[in-house]
Design a protein around this ligand. Structure first.
Ligand code: HEM
Length: 399
């Protein structure tokens, strides 16, 4: 836990020399995360000019304390992307953030989600029934992407050519947030630039889909609630994070249920465990590898002095495996109450799409527990995204 500096000199911050973005560590990061936690509540990562936090209590508290840990200078790990994202909802502090957040959250309010639920449940049920007994197939393409691509991209409301590119833009949007010097970060930057260019086209709003989230933002501009630039910045909050995150989570849940003995049988015989299962999966293997904050003052983290202006990566999956918080953290147990995981973040920037994501995942798992007897994973390929963890391909057989 951290305290204000009160004249007391703090200890030097330990160095963490493992490269969290090397392909080997990205494929199997959990030992490195343990080392990060064991080194101390805060570590310096000189390779990337950052600090990193991996313990649950510290990560959670820094996310909650937005005055000391600001998002206003961006939450990516490199300066170029932080310049691009400044002024978006995720990269702002109150009072600006409150205004953006209330507009972002409007179409995601519980009443609006309830209106979508029956349609999502029907689509999920029909797709799962179609895939049971089918020859082996890629569950990422046929199951995990189904609801986000058929419904969510439509709700966002970009015209067809923009909708077609959302997956590519989402992947680039996350990769562009990575540490500088990492190949994926550099490759993603021009694609992200294209997305921003597309969204900022003055002729775009008249082509937004009727009744969509994008059109609601445009109406807010017409009502003088927002400037055009603000609406464009907020729209990025729907385009980038609304697809991949949920898609990776469903793929991961299928893999976990097929891999960790006894868990599928427990869920199948007791679907009331679905919410716990999703939270446990987000704790155990959530898709977000972490974001960052900038300190606004000198402070002590434990007994370590952290200066003002430090960029601190909150390593969410490390916090979610913290043995100081969760007994047997490396055990995937769907009966555990893991609802305080930080897979959706915490505090004022906690994921605004969390309820929608939970709903999409829930209706899929309800359909799966209803119609599937056995899930077999035949082969897997992980994504090389530096900011998201999940499968690019997951070949399965459902019987
Ligand atoms: C399982 C799926 C998802 C996961 C794991 C996830 C994860 C996260 C995390 C960790 C944050 C916090 C970022 C920070 O503190 O800097 C966040 C924020 C955000 N998420 Fe999600 N997300 C998911 C789904 C979605 C969906 C479906 C949407 C859109 C409909 C969405 C839109 C956003 C937005 C706009 C923010 C920024 C909120 C703010 O700054 O107030 N996310 N998400």
């Amino acid at each position: 836990m951290y305290f204000d500096k009160s004249g007391m000199a703090g200890m030097q911050i330990p160095r963490f020399d493992i490269d969290l973005f090397s392909p080997d560590i990205m494929a199997a990061p959990f030992d490195a995360y343990r080392e990060l936690r064991d080194l101390g509540p805060i570590c310096e990562v000189p390779r990337y000019g950052l600090y990193a936090m991996g313990r649950h209590a510290d990560v959670r508290q820094s996310l909650i304390d937005w005055e000391a840990f600001s998002s206003a200078h961006g939450v990516a790990l490199n300066d170029t992307c932080n310049r691009y994202m400044t002024g978006t909802a995720i990269a702002s502090d109150p009072p600006q953030h409150q205004r953006f957040r209330s507009l972002l959250a409007r179409p995601l309010a519980p009443k609006r989600l309830m209106e979508m639920q029956a349609r999502l449940a029907d689509l999920a049920d029909a797709r799962v029934r179609e895939m049971v007994g089918h020859a082996p197939f890629d569950a990422m393409a046929m199951l995990a992407r189904h609801l986000p691509l058929s419904v969510i991209s439509e709700m966002v409301g970009l015209p067809e050519e923009g909708r077609q590119r959302m997956m590519e833009w989402a992947a680039a949007g996350f990769n562009a947030m990575g540490a500088s010097g990492v190949a994926q970060t550099d490759l993603a930057m021009p694609v992200m630039g294209e997305m921003v260019g597309y969204i900022c086209d003055a002729n775009l709003p008249e082509r937004f889909r009727e009744g969509s989230w994008a059109q609601a933002l445009w109406h807010a501009v017409q009502q003088d609630e927002l400037t055009t630039e603000e609406a464009q910045a907020i729209l990025q909050g729907y385009v980038t994070p609304s697809l991949d995150t949920t898609i990776y989570t469903l793929g991961t849940i299928l893999w976990l249920l097929a891999t960790y003995q006894g868990q599928w049988e427990k869920l199948k015989s007791n679907p009331a465990l679905i919410t716990r299962c999703i939270n446990e999966a987000l704790r155990f293997e959530g898709p977000a590898r972490g974001f960052s904050r900038v300190t606004t003052r000198d402070m002590l983290i434990g007994s370590h002095s952290l200066p003002a202006g430090a960029r601190v990566m909150t390593v969410l999956p490390a916090a979610n495996r913290d043995e100081r918080r969760y007994p047997e953290p490396d055990c995937f147990d769907i009966t555990r109450d893991a609802s305080d995981h930080v897979g959706f973040g915490a505090g004022i920037h906690r994921c605004v799409g969390a309820n929608l994501a939970m709903m999409e995942l829930t209706v899929m798992l309800q359909a799966i527990t209803r119609h599937v007897r056995q899930i077999e994973v035949l082969s897997t390929k992980r994504t090389d995204s530096t900011m998201l963890r999940g499968f690019e391909r997951l070949d399965v057989r459902l019987s």
